[in-house]
Design a protein around this ligand. Structure first.
Ligand SMILES: Cc1cc2nc3c(=O)[nH]c(=O)nc-3n(C[C@H](O)[C@H](O)[C@H](O)COP(=O)(O)OP(=O)(O)OC[C@H]3O[C@@H](n4cnc5c(N)ncnc54)[C@H](O)[C@@H]3O)c2cc1C
Length: 419
């Protein structure tokens, strides 16, 4: 099947032929993964397969994403064509089992791909990250055969999936969700409003978290799979974002949306546990996305510093600029190591720590980048200001930095029986 995708795509994209050929070989080597296989001893060394994925994503990003990232950002235009090409490469079902049309890769491979894609275009990296880590992996790992048939197969072939957890009055405080789920015979009826749903404008379905008993707080939550064209689902306007502007996020209003009982994911009452487990994965994706943005800012700064002359020498010869570039490198590498570790050894503590560090470091690296470019750092003719805007969001979506710190502290003390 991938060979068909390969030839179909190759005609349109000759520059990445070598990468594609490597991917075809990789795919043939790939066996179905299990969730358990995600947990193994951490080594910062990528396997041969993971390096293949990294190189393929890196080439694609350099050739296909980077040249148009600035224009997509300025026009706030969704990257339809890049997402189509990434579908051809199999990356919209990166960790999904082959029976459902995916590549069956591990989380680290996906994280490395998200990093490389975000390096070329932060918006495209974010879209791919949320689709995979928060939607496709969720259905792949927890869906029934019927759910996979309806809500997974076509989502590896071009349809985009979303994750609807946040609400106007419930962001960090997930247990305060007000969207209701009422049982009515062999259906559930959903009512409420969701906020900030990434890709809902272009998407085909979403996981929706709702409460069947608000008094039970987090124990009253359930997760439903809902087609975005279902009767009673209304998409709001695209949010006007300052970063990742080519991605989209909007409100979703649910008015008496009737969902067959068979589309309940997991049991009623399991919604909170499902959301938290999925966010552990989602945070690996956002951490990887942040590392990619930080690397792009470092690339920009080095390239500029090598060319720019001040006081008769290149900026790279000025101690303060050299120090900044050194600090940037350390920040990028630290975040990358924590992200790879979180993707290899999945736990709330590891993914929160990775997201906390990667988000903060990306913002710091992008700030240094703006400084190194001087006045040009503030100009929309250069990419530094875009990296600066893109980096900021990584401390907010997927769970704010402040919450990540609290989670790390909580699990640290739990490990030491000190709660
Ligand atoms: C571009 C974008 C895309 C998004 N995509 C999605 C998506 O696809 N699906 C989805 O469900 N959501 C999505 N979100 C929503 C995002 O996850 C939330 O914005 C985020 O979780 C924070 O929630 P909030 O905005 O309600 O902020 P609040 O929860 O109101 O927090 C505001 C601030 O209060 C402080 N704070 C709050 N609680 C605590 C606490 N317990 N401890 C310490 N400090 C605290 C923090 O400083 C925090 O930054 C997206 C958001 C953006 C901007």
């Amino acid at each position: 099947m991938l060979a068909v995708r390969f030839w179909h795509f190759a005609g349109r994209c000759r520059g990445t032929l070598a990468s594609l050929a490597r991917l075809v070989r990789l795919y043939s080597l790939q066996t179905a993964k299990t969730v358990a296989s995600q947990c193994r001893t951490f080594t910062s060394q990528l396997s041969e397969q993971q390096q293949e994925i990294r190189d393929m994503a890196r080439n694609f990003s350099k050739e296909q994403l980077k040249p148009q990232a600035g224009s997509l950002d300025r026009k706030a235009r969704f990257p339809f064509d890049p997402i189509k090409k990434l579908t051809s490469l199999g990356l919209m079902g990166a960790c999904v089992d082959s029976e459902s049309g995916g590549l069956g890769l591990d989380y680290l491979s996906l994280a490395v791909a998200v990093e490389e894609l975000s390096r070329g275009c932060a918006s495209t990296g974010m879209i791919l990250s949320i689709h995979n880590f928060l939607y496709a992996n969720l259905v792949n790992e927890r869906g029934t055969p019927e759910q996979k048939e309806l809500f997974l197969k076509e989502f590896t072939q071009g349809s985009i999936g979303c994750f609807s957890l946040s609400e106007p009055d419930a962001g960090s405080d997930v247990a305060s969700i007000k969207t209701t789920a009422r049982k009515d015979g062999d259906h559930w009826v959903l009512n409420g409003k969701k906020s900030w749903v990434t890709s809902a404008i272009e998407g085909k379905a979403t996981a929706v978290f709702a409460t069947f008993d608000p008094e039970l707080r987090h124990k009253g939550l359930a997760c439903f799979l809902v087609p975005l064209d279902a009767e009673g689902v209304f998409r709001g306007n695209k949010e006007p974002l300052i970063g990742v502007r080519a991605a989209t996020a909007c409100d979703l209003t649910l008015q008496d949306v009737r969902v067959p009982a068979a589309w309940l994911l997991g049991g009623a009452g399991e919604g909170f546990r499902i959301a938290m487990a999925q966010l552990d994965q989602g945070r690996i994706g956002i951490a990887a996305h942040a590392v990619g943005i930080a690397q792009a800012a470092l690339d920009t700064a080095i390239n500029y510093a090598k060319e720019r002359v001040a006081f008769g020498k290149n900026l790279t010869r000025l101690p303060s600029v050299k120090d900044r570039l050194t600090d940037m490198t350390i920040l990028v590498e630290t975040a990358r190591l924590l992200t790879y570790r979180a993707a290899t050894d999945v736990s709330t503590k590891n993914s929160s720590m990775a997201k906390y560090v990667a988000g903060k470091n990306a913002a710091a690296v992008a700030d240094h980048c703006v400084q190194i470019l001087g006045g040009r750092g503030l100009s929309t003719d250069y990419s530094a200001e875009r990296h600066f805007r893109d980096a900021r969001g990584t401390q907010i979506y997927g769970g704010v930095t402040d919450i990540q710190k609290r989670l790390v502290g909580h699990f640290l003390l739990k490990e030491h029986d000190a709660l």
